[in-house]
Design a protein around this ligand. Structure first.
Ligand code: CMC
Length: 431
């Protein structure tokens, strides 16, 4: 694997602080994005930088995903998301993100075999599901089960373990996450778990474990498989978002893969991040219940005396449009038409989008529908319950988390993540 590099640059920027001048190298990314290297700032001047929410801080050099938020561009390993969503499967995209290239025919077949042969989980772990209350949110169950997997891989404690062994464990995690996700759901509805089947591919197997019962086998519909496949691809990576940065930060202490990913799942759960897909549907459902008037919600979202936000709108990076949202909207229209579903939530969502895109509040703040705005309507049409939406996001994001964890492990510059703070508490106080 190539270590990510920036373009060689001779440019520098001068930072003048308290009569001192510091020369900071300028780092230039492959698409000409520029950063000021301030790594010597504190040692040379005593100052640190302050950047709440890290809006202006690059925490690493990475060769995995490129985003241009102004122009709505998203590429995995250089390949536009539109092409990947149209032409590749989720398993191929996972291979691309984790190993740096799309698999050849033989690599694809070997990788698929590895995923199929490792989709079972240890029977002792299956019993753990019984010890959780059925009211447990599937994200709580999933994060707990993923960190529990560490217990089944004692070799992770071996600092001499090579990347070949690690790659096998990575494939096993990718294989098992859909089993854990589906079991979380089955347990939450009190149904017996359904074992995976060798005959099914990645997404088909997940649907089978979710919806088959001991008496009926779920009829696989290719249209549904394609829609879910695309949703997973669109979520597969998004560079240094909250959960991925969490995975990297936890991993930077050399915590094992499962512990780092479990932390990422917890970070994803929040409604400002992956939890937004559940929040969007809950918001749309409540509008439909109350008669379908979208204007009230728009007004509430603009009201600064309320903490309410229009869920599924806005993004830290995208300030024009979210390319994932455009693709998702198309999938949504196509799938609902194919399945003959007339979902009132879709109507309300379209009304909200139309009204918000004309509204000065949203225009001035560059707030557009994000990936979560229409994804919930697709998941609902497939029959996935609302509390599983963020689990689907987690399954999709797993290859990205793994790729970032691996990139960091393989980097020669291993540095524990440790931001600074500005202390604003009590001054020296004696007891
Ligand atoms: N509804 C109403 N106002 C909003 C919204 C919204 N959804 N999003 C941002 N704003 C306003 C915000 O109040 C602020 O206004 P002002 O300048 O008057 O104080 C301004 O826009 C800038 O907001 P911000 O919170 O500084 O922006 P951010 O970049 O820190 O937050 C965000 C990004 C995604 C957390 C935010 O837009 C949001 O809360 N959206 C709703 C939740 C959501 O849909 N999250 C999913 C994100 S996409 C999936 C993922 O990658 O996680």
């Amino acid at each position: 694997m190539n270590t990510p590099k920036s373009k060689q640059s001779i440019e520098t920027a001068k930072v003048i602080i308290g009569g001192q001048t510091l020369s900071c190298p300028i780092i230039t990314g492959i698409e000409n994005e520029k950063a000021l290297d301030i790594s010597e700032l504190r040692s040379k001047t005593g100052f640190v930088t302050y950047d709440e929410g890290y809006s202006n801080t690059a925490s690493c050099l990475s060769g995995i995903t490129y985003i241009d938020g102004e122009n709505g561009i998203l590429r995995y390993r250089g390949i536009p998301i539109e092409e990947l969503a149209q032409k590749r499967t989720f398993v191929e995209v996972a291979h691309l993100l984790i190993f740096g290239h799309l698999p050849s025919e033989s690599e694809r077949s070997d990788f698929s075999k590895l995923l199929t042969s490792n989709c079972m989980i240890h029977d002792n772990m299956v019993k753990l599901f019984d010890s959780l209350p059925s009211s447990s949110h599937p994200m709580a169950t999933l994060s707990a089960m993923v960190v529990t997997l560490s217990a089944y891989y004692p070799e992770l404690a071996n600092p001499e373990m090579d990347m070949g062994q690690m790659n096998k464990i990575i494939a096993e995690l990718l294989a098992k996450i859909r089993t854990l996700a589906a079991y979380s759901y089955k347990k939450s509805i009190g149904e017996p778990i359904i074992y995976p089947k060798r005959k099914y591919k990645y997404v088909e197997n997940f649907l089978h474990m979710m919806f088959s019962t001991p008496v009926d086998e779920y009829p696989i519909d290719q249209e549904v498989v394609d829609a879910l496949e695309k949703i997973l691809i669109l979520h597969a990576d998004h560079e240094q978002n909250c959960s991925t940065s969490t995975v990297r930060l936890v991993g930077s202490s050399q915590a094992n893969l499962f512990a780092s990913i479990s932390a990422g799942i917890c970070a994803l759960w929040g409604p400002l991040h992956g939890g937004a897909n559940q929040a969007v549907i809950e918001m749309l459902e409540s509008i439909v219940r109350e008669g379908g008037d979208a204007t009230k919600v728009i007004e509430k979202a603009k009201d600064k005396s309320s903490s309410f936000r229009l869920m599924g709108f806005g993004h830290r990076i995208y300030k024009n449009f979210d390319p994932r949202a455009n693709i998702i909207k198309e999938i949504c229209d196509k799938l609902l038409a194919k399945l003959g579903i007339n979902d009132p939530c879709l109507e309300v969502a379209k009304q909200i989008e139309e009204a918000a895109l004309k509204d000065d509040y949203f225009i001035q703040r560059k707030l557009y529908p994000n990936v979560d705005f229409y994804s919930g309507i697709i998941l609902r049409a497939i029959g996935i319950p609302t509390n599983m939406f963020t689990v689907i996001f987690a399954m999709g994001r797993l290859p990205g988390w793994i790729a970032h964890w691996k990139e960091q492990c393989e980097s020669p510059k291993k540095k524990i993540g440790r931001p600074r703070q500005i202390y604003v508490g009590a001054p020296l106080t004696h007891i």
